[in-house]
Design a protein around this ligand. Structure first.
Ligand SMILES: [Zn+2]
Length: 272
């Protein structure tokens, strides 16, 4: 299949993008047949763009293409969950996170920033050496990521693929967008780089909330098999005592998982 045919098939496999293409064609056709309807046609296209933008601002939506918000069904019956840790590696926090995970003999998935992997190469190598997975969280974690055009967005993701592979020898299989925000260009780019989009089932908001109890409750409230949990070793909020909040939350979370007989796995181990 040609690249264009593959991209077309991929676009039509997303209901929102297919509907979007039809809306554009329909608007163009109605203007062609009855030129005076152009304000209505323009309105339809504008509404369609607003919908796509809204879908991109909703990290757990599947409207723009496939998106892991939970583990596949096989993992749910096995009692598996995934702990994902974003925005590192961080020279202060990550080594302590690794020590806590080792205490419980639990693997985690680190969505690392390519530039930080380059800067803290030994730490990144230590993460994979301990049996954890490093996945792609873009090269620079730019706050404008979801506003990038296709070429710049592709460069941000492809450069992180190269950085992580060069440093650790492992090639990421998953991508998570900075702050979970994206736009309709992302899905075909991920497809061409053989990456899957992963978001989460529940998150602690641990970059903005230093209250470890509140972060913990957000993660364990209605916790069940198949959940993907999100914490941060980079950009971590601090507790009142000045401690990165993940270091207070993670041991309690690991204890809760053990009590509930839930087994943490990496995202890549959960691939069907
Ligand atoms: Zn992030």
């Amino acid at each position: 299949m040609s690249l264009r045919a593959a991209a077309y098939r991929r676009m039509m496999s997303s209901p929102a993008l297919a509907a979007s293409a039809i809306a554009h064609l329909g608007a163009a056709a109605s203007v062609f047949i009855r030129p005076r309807v152009w304000p209505w046609a323009l309105g339809a296209v504008a509404a369609n763009h607003a919908l796509l933008t809204a879908a991109g601002l909703w990290p757990r939506s599947r409207l723009l293409g496939p998106n892991w918000t939970r583990l596949p069904s096989g993992c749910r019956t096995q009692g598996e969950v995934a702990i994902t840790i974003d925005d590192g590696p961080d020279p202060i926090v990550t080594p302590r996170v690794l020590a806590q995970l080792a205490e419980y003999r639990v693997p985690a998935t680190f969505f690392c920033v390519g530039e930080r992997v380059e800067r803290y190469a030994e730490l990144a190598q230590e993460i994979t050496r301990r049996g954890h997975a490093i996945e792609n969280h873009s090269q620079g974690h730019r706050h404008t990521f979801s506003l990038l055009g296709p070429a710049a967005m592709r460069a941000e993701i492809a450069r992180a693929q190269m950085s992580i592979h060069r440093v650790t020898g492992c090639r990421p299989l998953f991508f998570r967008a900075p702050a979970g925000l994206r736009n309709p260009f992302l899905d075909p780019i991920l497809d061409s780089l053989e990456l899957r989009l992963a978001s989460w089932t529940r998150r602690g908001f641990d970059t903005v909330d230093g209250d470890a109890g509140a972060v913990y409750r957000r993660l364990v409230n209605r916790l069940r098999a198949g959940d993907i949990l999100l914490l941060h070793d980079g950009n971590a909020a601090l507790t009142a005592a000045g401690r990165p909040v993940i270091l207070e939350v993670l041991p309690r979370l690991l204890e809760a998982l053990r009590e509930n007989r839930l087994t943490p796995v990496t995202l890549r181990a959960a691939l069907p």
